[in-house]
Design a protein around this ligand. Structure first.
Ligand SMILES: Cc1cc2nc3c(=O)[nH]c(=O)nc-3n(C[C@H](O)[C@H](O)[C@H](O)COP(=O)(O)O)c2cc1C
Length: 168
């Protein structure tokens, strides 16, 4: 079976999940950052990983997704929000829309620590210009995200993609 794992990652969270998924892929499966990935066609399973920005997959992965030709796709992503939040549901929906009409076997999401430089830039803005003002709930969510991806996330991602392989 021809499989390929491609990821886009700014600070390493999605790359770490991609590495975990790659470890359970059939021998000979390549793992590549999106900037070095081959054209997305001719694979039985294309595993695509993105980091979340503006409530959806990042622009580099979106551009790659637009190039897909006739492949079955498995998606994974990392985000700051909780995976059981309405925000995460929107991310899943946007990711599925981005690869449509190609068949998709699922979207795996886990939290990923948020770049402290990004948080510092946001905090430095005047309060009235902050898209996400700091609240107790947000502070806690950022602290929880800072512990991810963890060993459980890697194991969950592997289980998710093992099921995908079984369906292929
Ligand atoms: C510029 C920027 C925008 C972000 N936007 C979102 C967002 O809209 N929703 C969200 O849940 N997380 C958001 N995050 C958090 C990242 O998606 C999360 O930290 C992710 O794990 C980063 O993955 P990476 O380490 O592979 O780059 C944002 C982070 C940055 C730096």
């Amino acid at each position: 079976m021809r499989c390929l794992v491609v990821y886009s990652s700014k600070t390493g969270n999605t790359r770490a999940v991609a590495q975990a998924i790659h470890a359970i892929m059939p021998a000979g499966t390549a793992l590549l950052p999106v900037q070095e990935a081959p054209a997305p066609h001719g694979y039985d399973l294309l595993c695509l990983g993105f980091w979340v920005t503006l409530g959806g997959p990042d622009p580099a992965m979106l551009a790659y997704m637009r190039r897909i030709e006739a492949c079955t796709v498995g998606l994974f992503g990392t985000l700051g929000a909780y995976t059981d939040s309405p925000h995460a549901d929107k991310v899943r929906q946007r990711a599925l829309e981005a690869v449509a009409p190609h068949p998709t076997l699922g979207v795996f999401l886990c939290q990923g620590k948020i770049d402290p430089a990004h948080l510092a830039r946001q905090a430095a803005r005047p309060k009235e210009q902050q898209r996400h003002p700091m609240t107790e709930e947000r502070r806690e969510r950022i602290a929880v995200a800072a512990t991810h991806p963890d060993a459980q996330d890697f194991a969950a991602a592997q289980a998710f993609f093992k099921e995908m392989l079984a369906k292929c």
